[in-house]
Design a protein around this ligand. Structure first.
Ligand SMILES: [Zn+2]
Ligand SMILES: [Zn+2]
Length: 400
């Protein structure tokens, strides 16, 4: 390795074996290739428009720090004309979020970007530490996930911003694809690969410019660019299913480095098989990038941004809860795809296929506003308000 020359420039010594394809590169070429790939993802999916204000969901973790750094670089290099702002959520977790927020504050200075911090306490009247005090550690990630999702939207609105980018990487997307595959949920699987999520009626669009970037390369990039990031995981409980999917992705990557991208691509291909789903993929494969915006089915909120291994706890719980809610409204058993001949012959092949209402050409979800807080919701009362109601009842009981 020490003697090998960079496969790209063939002049510098190779010091990096790319996790994605095991190409041996020098430091400079690796950084260039990594940035070029993100640029390609952005341009091929027409992610931004000139003059757009973008809020970067910044946790202080490696993914969102790399995202901020790369976006700043590309914005200047290619003249995207973007106005970049850091948006952080303070969940109120002592020893975890207060430290990572210090990192974000330094990032704001380093990248010369404005920073907005939105706290759970100011939005909901509860910090996560107080939530855990009340309900215990079990299930607290559900609360955190629901609250964070709204907090990012609300923070963006306070700033007059309509587009939030998050640091979800290829590993996160692959995990979500696997989880949905294992659940047998093709509709959600296809949506989870989309680069842009958010509902067309939502004022805030979400996207993940690092969806093709390997987590390992993000770590390498952060290391070689000497980025300042926070690497401690959330102290609250992980979610087992995502943890298992994550472990599986890592195992597959060890045997076959392209496995992560292959899973992401498979998810994108699956999207084309689902009626009414918008496929989203890189244009270089000769496939059309998603122009439409799909119902929000982001991979989790904090995900690997908060660290690794079991990580993604809150994200996973967030997703799980939304899954449960969404399932109620979305699932219909479609038997019309059954071969008519089989029906005529009286064969029982009643295999339900889960799709959205999309197969009927109807909107997937009927969205209105929460009667209490006004936040966009498919229910009368949004999830955050439901959770708050329970919490506040608990608080009242304790006070009596
Ligand atoms: Zn080189
Ligand atoms: Zn509400």
């Amino acid at each position: 390795m020490a003697r090998a020359l960079c496969a790209n420039c063939k002049t510098e010594r190779a010091v990096i074996k790319r996790p994605k394809n095991h190409a041996k590169l020098c430091k400079g070429c690796f950084i260039q290739v990594f940035e070029d790939e993100v640029h390609h993802t952005i341009t091929s999916s027409q992610l931004f428009h000139p003059g757009e204000k973008i809020a970067i969901g910044a946790s202080g973790g490696k993914d969102s720090t790399v995202l901020a750094s790369v976006l700043k670089t590309l914005n200047e290099r290619h003249g995207y004309g973007l106005e970049l702002v850091l948006l952080s959520i303070d969940e109120g977790i002592k020893g975890y979020r207060d430290d990572s927020l210090e990192t974000v504050r330094r990032n704001a200075v380093q990248y010369d970007m404005p920073l907005k911090i939105v706290g759970y306490d100011e939005l909901y009247g509860w910090t996560m530490d107080q939530v855990v005090e009340t309900i215990g550690k079990k299930g607290n990630c559900t609360y955190c996930g629901v609250f964070r999702r709204q907090a990012l939207d609300r923070g963006a609105k306070m700033l007059g911003i309509k587009h939030v980018v998050t640091g979800h990487n290829a590993d996160d997307v692959a995990e979500t694809v696997l989880m949905n595959l294992l659940r047998g949920d093709l509709a959600r699987l296809s949506r989870s690969t989309s680069i842009v999520t958010g509902d067309s009626r939502s004022e805030v669009k979400r996207s993940k410019p690092l969806k093709y970037s390997y987590e390992k390369e993000i770590v390498l990039y952060a290391h070689h660019k000497k980025l300042d990031y926070f690497s401690t995981e959330c102290i609250y409980s992980p979610e087992a299913f995502r943890g298992s999917a994550r472990a599986l992705v890592k195992q597959l990557e060890r045997v076959r480095p392209t496995a992560i991208l292959d899973i992401v691509r498979s998810g994108e291909d699956a999207a084309r098989l689902v009626p009414g789903e918008e496929p989203s993929s890189c244009a270089c494969l000769g496939q059309k990038a998603a122009a439409g915006v799909v119902v929000d089915d982001d991979v989790g909120g904090c995900g690997s941004q908060s660290g690794r291994t079991p990580g993604g706890e809150m994200a996973a719980m967030d997703k799980q809860l939304r899954d449960n809610e969404a399932h109620e409204g979305l699932e219909i058993d479609v038997t019309k795809t059954m071969a008519k001949g089989a029906v005529a012959r009286g064969e029982k092949r009643d295999v339900p296929i889960r799709t959205g209402n999309a197969s009927k050409g109807a909107p997937r979800q009927v969205l209105g506003n929460c009667k209490r807080c006004g936040y966009m919701s498919s229910q009368e009362i949004c999830q955050a308000c439901m959770l708050l109601e329970g919490l506040n009842k608990n608080r009242a009981k304790i006070q009596i």
